[in-house]
Design a protein around this ligand. Sequence first.
Ligand code: GRF
Length: 215
Amino acid sequence: MARLRVGVLISGRGSNLQALIDACAEPSFPAEIVLVVSNEAAAQGLSRAHAAGIPTRVVPHRDYPDRARFDAALDAVLREAAVELVCLAGFMRLLGDAFVNAWRDRLINIHPALLPAFKGLHTHERALAAGVRLHGCTVHFVRPAMDEGPIIVQGAVPVLPDDTPETLAARVLAVEHRAYPLALRLIAEGRVRVERERALVDAAAPGSTLLNPDG
Ligand code: GRF
């Protein structure tokens, strides 16, 4: 069966990109990354793509007079590569409504918190300040409002009494690296559908809830 053609948008380190690259390296994995796009020329994730032999494009947001034209440039490179699903992986630009609506249910994101809690930035600091006992990550379909949209997979980790934002971030990142490939697999196998703004996962599929007690 043809593998789902995936484009990954990054801005930096690219460790989630790496997790997706590693998953796609498995011959039986139902998706392949056909393009990695960064808005930052210095993004470490670009070297990860080069090492894996994946084509890359740099679309610097500073080169465009406004968001609409930047988004249109992104859209053009994705379509040129015949991308079918877009994965945001540490992509630090907000996408406008036109782009988000054009890719509706074909655009997913990973967020380092158990949504709908802790949308936005500095999620680990805020989780510690709130005193929550569980924290984690969410892979979701993207909607125009930031960090909103049907939830596909969540991964949870404990918050420990002596955690710092850094130790908690590392524990969450480990579960992110399992959650994103799982969500991609479920979508590529056609096991996810959106109904009334909830993502429903085929009951026969591997569970879409991950627990990572030891990080
Ligand atoms: C991750 O924590 C992800 O959840 C968030 O940005 C971070 C990106 O890290 N959206 P990386 O670039 O994938 O290493």
